[in-house]
Design a protein around this ligand. Sequence first.
Ligand code: ASP
Ligand code: MG
Length: 418
Amino acid sequence: MPLLVMKFGGTSVADLSRIENAAKKVQAEVARGYDVIVIVSAMSGETNKLVGFVEGTSKLYDAREYDAVVTAGENVTAGLMALRLQEMGIPARSWQGWQVPINTTSAHGSARFVSIPRDHIDQKFAEGFKVAVVAGFQGVSAEGRLTTLGRGGSDTTAVAFAAAFGAERCDIYTDVDGIYTTDPRIASKARKLEKIAFEEMLELASLGAKVLQTRSVELAMRYKVRLRVLSSFEDTDENSGTLVCDEEEIMESKVVSGVAYSRDEAKMTLVTVEDRPGVASAIFGPLAEAGVNVDMIVQNISERNYGSHPGAVTDMTFSVPVNQVARAQKAMEDARSAGLINYDELIADTEVAKVSVVGIGMRSQVGVAAKMFQALSSENINIKVIATSEIKISVLIDRKYMELAVQALHDAFELDKA
Ligand code: ASP
Ligand code: MG
């Protein structure tokens, strides 16, 4: 039997009638001849509520008990989905993570998959079951404790099952009808993409297009799992939504596929650090240890500004999420007190945003950066930091121009046109 994985996010299972609506989508695939593994999230808002219970009980909570509590949300929807399918006459049953078992590491709150043995679910399909409903976001550690994969983890559960069971496709049902060239709330001309390459999606996902958990896209890319993102609130067929796939499946791709943004960034500059071997390591080592998520890094030796010591000192600029500024400051102050580094000042600009253009076509096309900078300059937007990779160019700009920049870039690269 061909097999499909269908994942329903929190808004798609938010109440009993939505669960019924989702179950009808499963029924349609069973009618087309598929065996189906359904992965469910918790009802929307439920995980937040459970996290609130934990935090309201214990400030420095035991992460094992956090996982024991928050896995409950998915357990409820898995059971309800199986019941609804049974009501429709479809042989189905639910599995919690430990029952499969979904074996994970014991990094509670951000566990990773170790293995997903197929035997149990395969056997049920062989006995005539048509649907296996599996609770997303959870697993079990070697110690036998419940684990969770990190927020948004059900996407990753879905991709892992699609890989483990050799599914034809992994359909991610959500509250948007696909992946767009940019956020339609910011640029009204945003266009839904028919296909997007894994690598592009990875850049868009990590840059703040919050449709898919980044890890799920990494996993899909590694195992070449074709992912389809589509809406559970519309009539859908096999051509609906956006297919996230290998770039070889995309015949002709534009130079730029999408414009991503990340609103809450901060730019931090260490002024006059020594320019000697080991300085970068002495800065970014402590930041990493403090759990600071450094993104862009720019080191610029300013010989002119430091006149008498040409090349002997440098400024180091890096970007971090705005809510990690205090943590970064503390890490740097501690490193200075410990004699690891020396600097005159640490300047934090907390009013910046990151805007990026992404596209696999950039690999073979020159002039993309020039075009991007031209588009920003014609709107009088000042660029504070630039970073590039093979398929992405990112800039930090003042946050108040973020929307304008997204629109200008969307226009400049004609993303509204197919
Ligand atoms: N329910 C979990 C969360 O809200 C996992 C998920 O929905 O993917 O993060
Ligand atoms: Mg999600």
